[in-house]
Design a protein around this ligand. Structure first.
Ligand SMILES: Cc1cc2nc3c(=O)[nH]c(=O)nc-3n(C[C@H](O)[C@H](O)[C@H](O)COP(=O)(O)OP(=O)(O)OC[C@H]3O[C@@H](n4cnc5c(N)ncnc54)[C@H](O)[C@@H]3O)c2cc1C
Length: 243
C-alpha cells in the first residue's frame, strides 16, 4: 500500500491482485467539503490520475463509496436464536486493523459454542456467554483501534491448561479432563490458566476444585470429560460417568 500526498490529493493506492486491480482511499484534496461527501465519477478519475501521476494510464472504475470512521456498538448482540457478529454488532476505526479480526473472533466464539450445544456437550446456557464476552472484547477492540498489539497464541484448537514449569500437580487433572497440559515459561503467578478453544481465558486458579466448579458453571455435562479422556486417570475428574 502506498500513501501519496501532493498538491492535488492525499490518497492511498492498494494493489488488490498484484496486476491490474487497485483500490484507493482518497482522504483529502483542495476544496474537499466537510462531512461525508460522495465523489462524482469525473472527480474520482481526476483525483486518481493526480495520485498516480500519469494521465495516460487507463482507469475503469468499478465502485466509488463514501466512507468515514465510526465507532459504535449494537444495543444487543442477540435476539432469541439470532446473534449479531462482525460489523453488524460493532464498528470501529480501521486503524490497527482490528475490525475484521474482532468480527472473526465473534464468529469463532459463536461457532464452537453452537457446536458444543448441538453435540450436547454443554447446555444452551453456554450460548448466554456470547454477548457479555464479545461485548467486552469489542469494547476493548474499539479502545485499542489506534494501537497495534502483538498477539501471543500458544493455545491450540482444544481446551488448554497452562501451568508453570516444574509444577506437576496439574498433569493428572488435565489428563482426566481431556485437556492438553501445555507447560510454558510463563509467569502465571503460581496459578494455572485454562484457555478455551477460541483462545480466551476461561478460568484461572490454584485448585483442582475451583477448576471443576468453573467448568460446571459453564454448563459442562457430567459425561463430557470422558468423551475426550485419553488417560487412565479418568476417575480423578470426579464425574460418575465411565471412562
Ligand atoms: C477502509 C477500511 C479499512 C479496513 N482495514 C481493516 C484491516 O486492516 N483489518 C481489519 O481487521 N479490518 C479492517 N477493516 C474493517 C473490516 O473491513 C470489517 O470489520 C469487516 O469487513 C466486517 O466484516 P463483516 O462480515 O462483519 O461485514 P461486511 O464485510 O460489511 O459484510 C456484510 C455483507 O453483507 C451484505 N449485506 C448487507 N445487507 C444485506 C442484505 N440485506 N442482504 C444480503 N446481504 C447484505 C453486504 O453487501 C456485505 O457483503 C477496514 C474497514 C475499512 C472501511
Amino acid at each position: 500500500m502506498c500513501f501519496v500526498r501532493n498538491e492535488q490529493v492525499y490518497a492511498t493506492l492498494l494493489s488488490k491482485n498484484g496486476r491490474d486491480q487497485w483500490s484507493s482511499h482518497i482522504m483529502d484534496y483542495p476544496g474537499k467539503p466537510d462531512g461525508l461527501t460522495g465523489l462524482s465519477e469525473d472527480k474520482t478519475l481526476e483525483l486518481l490520475r493526480a495520485a498516480i501521476g500519469d494521465e495516460a494510464i487507463p482507469i475503469e472504475l468499478h465502485a466509488v463509496n463514501a466512507w468515514e470512521a465510526a465507532i459504535g456498538m449494537a444495543a444487543s448482540f442477540r435476539q432469541g436464536r439470532v446473534f449479531l457478529a462482525g460489523d453488524a454488532a460493532h464498528v470501529q476505526s480501521s486503524a490497527g486493523g482490528l475490525g475484521m479480526n474482532t468480527g472473526i473472533q465473534d464468529g469463532h466464539n459463536l461457532a464452537w459454542k453452537t457446536a458444543a450445544v448441538l453435540h450436547e456437550q454443554f447446555t444452551p446456557a453456554l450460548l448466554d456467554t456470547y454477548e457479555p464476552e464479545r461485548r467486552a472484547a469489542a469494547r476493548a477492540s474499539l479502545a485499542l483501534s489506534r494501537h497495534m498489539h502483538p498477539t501471543l497464541d500458544l493455545a491450540g484448537s482444544r481446551w488448554t491448561l497452562f501451568v508453570e514449569p516444574g509444577d506437576g500437580r496439574w498433569q493428572a487433572t488435565a489428563a482426566s479432563l481431556g485437556i492438553e497440559p501445555h507447560v510454558h515459561d510463563l509467569n502465571t503467578l503460581g496459578d494455572a490458566v485454562l484457555v478455551r478453544p477460541d483462545g480466551f481465558v476461561a478460568w484461572r486458579g490454584a485448585t483442582r476444585e475451583s477448576l471443576q466448579d468453573a467448568l460446571r458453571d459453564l454448563g459442562l455435562r457430567p459425561q463430557w470429560p470422558y468423551q475426550l479422556v485419553r488417560s487412565t486417570t479418568a476417575s480423578q475428574c470426579g464425574s460418575s460417568g465411565a471412562g
